[in-house]
Design a protein around this ligand. Sequence first.
Ligand code: HEM
Length: 522
Amino acid sequence: MFELVSTQTILSATVGCLVATYLLFYAVLHLTQDEKEPPLVSTVVPFLSPLIGMVKWSMGFYTHMRDKYKDLPIYTLRLPGIRLYVVNSTNLIPVVQRQWRILIFPPVTARASEFAMGGSKEALAIMREDMITDNGFMHSFIRATHPALSNGPVLDGLNGNALEVLTASLDNIASQGHKKAKMYDWMRHEFLMATTDSVYGPHNPLRDPSNEAAWHVYHPTIMFLMLGVIPLRVFRSAINARDQLAKAFKDYHINRHYTQGSVYIQQWTQHFVSWGISADDIGRFHNGATFALVANTIPTAFWMVYHIFSDPSVTEDCRNEVLKAVTMTEENGVQVCTVRAKTIKENCPTLVSTFQEVFRVHGMANSVRIANEDHLLDGKYLIKKGGMIMMPARVQHHSKEIWGDDVEVFNARRFVRKPGGPKPNPVAFRGFGGGTTLCPGRHFATTEILLFTATLLLRFDVLPAGGGEWVMPTTEKSSQAEAMEQPDFDIEIELTPRPGAGRKWRVSFEGTGEAALVAEDL
Ligand code: HEM
């Protein structure tokens, strides 16, 4: 009898505590929410419902929320320690982007520099001192490095070097006559080498196989490190790999190897040095530069090759287009095929459309900003200081209203311009983000990927190994630190040289035009 009473007492005390805690959190949630803020949703379990939803729906969370709260142009999610304002409406995106001195991006970069790269207190203080005006480290960094990544001869040089490395690798396969490969592994290696060689020059630290291996240990943990809540000892091998890379980049810096690298890395270095950042920190921040260079370029190139070669009609149309970019000459008895970059970017509609469709279907940039003061967005929605605004690309890219009933279908020709046909709203294309933080590396990556794909089409047949079917990898495990979905598993392919594959191949950037993909470039 005594035992029964005490069990009942404990039970009712526990239930009472739980109810009281629930009511307390429920009250805190609602009392601290201003009625002028965007409508608060997902509150069943205060502060935890959004997290539960994120785990349950994974990358589909924000599209699920958009479908559930169709009429909300923007809504508030409350998570422990953070107000998250999620934008559904395409029309609100330019409104957010125009407020770039109030709804700012640099705190996100600073957070990555602190938690993912391990920057020192001194370096972070310099970065954070002024994240608003053009005089601060962050905004002046973009201004200092943009010119080397904008269309022109300097960028052509960067792309030319990357293409030389990629072409040499294709030459190698052509001379072997045949190659079986794990597609993602193969492309990841080739693009990592080509992109970093072109940027870092002949002393590229990632040419050392042990540094390449370290990159593959460190890179997948960046998203978790960014959270800054999981103890570092959990990531011991990733932190060791990060330190190894930072040391290799520090040596690269101290030995002034950047003077033989690209204009981009010279300007990058000059900026850090002129702000008094130490050689130790410069080594660490090179890990961030490498992340920007390759983290999205590699999966984008993978999907591009996958979607072109897995559909024979797309392969044929693209191949016919890129053939028009080739001129053949003879030099000292050697047949030379020159691929004109200008034609590839300006006169290959199916190829460029496939590239855009890759971004629409696989692009997952979340585009976040932090409010540095209270702000009434569009004169209607109160965004509280410290709150995070998010404009998820997937919400825009998977909207039936914008793209039509076949929104979930990969349509390689979706972006081919039809005379008099409807044009999709370019603001809804968020592959490279948008506004003042629009990716400055977009021209570099676009040219590298388009020209690699064109050369591959011209020189090789690519088929699943063993005559099987193409199986599109799932993407559920993709790291949310990236702007492009990553394949959950690899696929085996066979590359077989086409007639002429063994000739000498090169790329010409003469009169290079621009593949204008985003609203800002159109
Ligand atoms: C396919 C490849 C790439 C994709 C999909 C991509 C995507 C993006 C996205 C979505 C953003 C954020 C924009 C925003 O929030 O509005 C961004 C920013 C940035 N990207 Fe890229 N990127 C790629 C390649 C590159 C390359 C090759 C570089 C080379 C330097 C680069 C450098 C940067 C930098 C420095 C920023 C920050 C801009 C700022 O702080 O204002 N990206 N990128």
